[in-house]
Design a binder for this molecule. Structure first.
Ligand code: NAD
Length: 497
């Protein structure tokens, strides 16, 4: 099916040569020479084979990352040079943006146009933003009191040092972007990285490896091991010589990783699942609210950790907003993400398609109303954008992360009701409030238990704004100055002068 869409010559060339992993600056097959097949989600046909790494490959990569961390060409590199390398890397991403976007589309199913405008552009912006921080990682001085030595003079200071070797494990929904959110602060602070991309979507991580080499990073600073989560992901997160694990994925796997990390006191950042509310107040224009709510859930086929997957609309506008969302959803063209006229691509896999369809069918069985959508189609892994109403707050469709283009909506009567419903979730990643009543909005913001609150927009991300979750949505933050804290250790120094 991809033959129907002309690919960039470099995308073609990437797909035509054998795929290798990057370990210690060398492109390598897996220790046992095993490979695994990737499918194109739009066609359910074979795309490419990639190495199926093993725990021995992880061990090799961690040793190479450790060696690179200790090596003076990286550990003693001046901040200005780390800044310039990140800027160079951003330029290379910009140069190859079309190729990266096409690879993301072929591997994940998402629209290539969107991948260029959103995924790849955010990576470029984020590397440039993080490049600026490389020269601004500073400490503070302290004038110590020490009562037992009243006559002595002291100089005290607090320094920030790179945490060391970072094991990064990411999900498949934004393969390049999730990796860059981890690699950016790691490279700015002087850490080294072993990246385990999602089983299904390693292609842009491997392309990024090529660009990191071309930018001139020392060998071993960045390594990629492809393979299965339970095999190489587990080996990476439990490796005793990793200083930090940074994970983006589901809450159940995040818990496993957190527990394994604690055994060796490995530092952790966990970016996990969500079930984010979109709250529409009655002063809002219903059509504007419907467009916002539809984008909040249907962007990236609903496979967004902070997707607005629960919709609460003040009762006066409920029916009107539902009707408008249905007309938007019914007008969405489904198809191959290489086709620029397509609004929605396939889900990542047959497994994900079955899971999402299973939730829709459960809604039907529980007596909910499928207001629009509700069906799957093939041969790719398509699910039509779906709106479900007449659901109870305790229903699994409202409480559990579906991770597909499925919106569940309920009316509310007053603001207290809206806040209670919004917070009635194990997750706390994002929330959006749609209203121009500023006083009301400002009263609501502090009461919403979520790491990001958007007003009159949703999933609006900026490199300077930290992103992460309350409650079961994770531990730690990515992006912004806050991210640096999670890639550095604090050292207190006291000198008797
Ligand atoms: P997942 O947890 O199944 O897999 C995520 C990664 O972990 C993959 O690389 C996988 O190979 C690896 N993995 C699987 N089992 C492992 C194990 N036992 N040990 C170590 N690694 C293992 O999640 P997914 O289905 O790929 O992604 C969807 C989830 O990711 C959703 O819950 C979504 O909300 C979440 N997500 C969160 C954010 C965020 O920033 N909070 C962003 C994107 C996605």
């Amino acid at each position: 099916m991809t033959d129907a869409y002309p690919l960039h010559p470099q995308t073609r060339e990437f797909l035509d040569r054998p795929c290798r992993m990057l370990i210690g600056g060398k492109w390598t097959v897996s220790e046992q020479g095993q490979t695994m097949a990737l499918l194109n989600p739009a066609t359910a046909t074979h795309l490419i084979d990639v190495p199926r790494g093993t725990p021995a490959d992880i061990d090799h990569a961690v040793r190479q990352a450790r060696r690179a961390f200790d090596d003076s060409s990286w550990s003693r590199m001046r901040p200005r040079e780390r800044q310039n390398l990140l800027l160079k890397l951003a330029d290379l991403l910009e140069r190859d943006a079309e190729v990266l976007a096409e690879l993301e589309c072929l591997n994940n199913g998402k629209s290539a146009q969107m991948a260029r405008a959103v995924d790849v552009q955010l990576c470029i912006d984020f590397f440039r933003y993080m490049a600026g921080w490389a020269t601004k990682i500073t400490g503070t001085t302290v004038n110590p009191s020490l009562p037992l030595m009243p006559d002595a003079q002291f100089h005290g200071y607090i320094a920030r040092e790179p945490v060391g070797v970072v094991g990064a494990i990411v999900a498949w929904n934004f393969p390049l972007l999730l990796a860059c959110w981890k690699i950016g602060p790691a490279l700015a602070t002087g850490c080294t990285v072993v990246l385990k991309p999602a089983d299904e979507t390693p292609l842009t991580a491997l392309k990024l490896g090529e660009l990191i080499q071309e930018a001139g990073y020392p060998d071993g600073v960045f390594n990629v091991v492809t393979g299965i989560g339970a095999e190489v992901g587990a080996a990476l997160s439990a490796h005793p010589d990793i200083d930090k694990v940074t994970f983006t994925g589901s809450t159940p796997v995040g818990k496993l990783i957190g527990k394994a990390a604690l055994d060796s006191m490995t530092r952790i950042t966990l970016e996990l699942g969500g079930k984010s509310p979109t709250i529409v107040l009655e002063d809002m224009d219903p059509m504007e609210a419907a467009v916002g709510a539809a984008n909040a859930i249907f962007f990236n086929q609903g496979q967004v950790c902070c997707a607005g997957s629960r919709l609460y609309v003040q009762r006066r506008h409920f029916d009107r907003v539902m009707a408008d969302i249905c007309s938007i959803a019914n007008g969405m063209k489904m198809g191959n993400g290489l086709d620029a006229s397509v609004d929605m691509g396939p889900l990542i896999s047959a497994k994900q398609q079955a899971r999402v369809q299973g939730y829709i069918d459960m809604g039907r069985e529980l007596g909910a109303t499928i207001a629009c959508g509700g069906t799957s189609s093939g041969p790719g892994y398509f699910v039509r954008p779906t709106l479900i109403t007449d659901v109870d707050q305790k229903c699994p469709l409202v409480q559990e992360e579906i991770f597909g283009p499925v919106l569940v909506a309920q009316p509310f009567d007053d603001i207290e009701d809206a806040i209670r419903l919004a917070n009635d979730s194990p997750f706390g990643l994002g929330a959006s409030i749609w209203s121009n009543n500023l006083s009301q909005v400002h009263r609501m913001i502090p009461r919403i238990r979520a790491g990001s609150v958007w007003v009159n927009c949703h999933t609006a991300l900026d490199p300077a704004l930290p992103f992460g979750g309350y409650k079961m949505s994770g531990i730690g933050r990515e992006m912004g100055e806050a991210a640096l804290e999670y890639y550095t250790e604090t050292k207190s120094v006291l000198i008797k002068v």
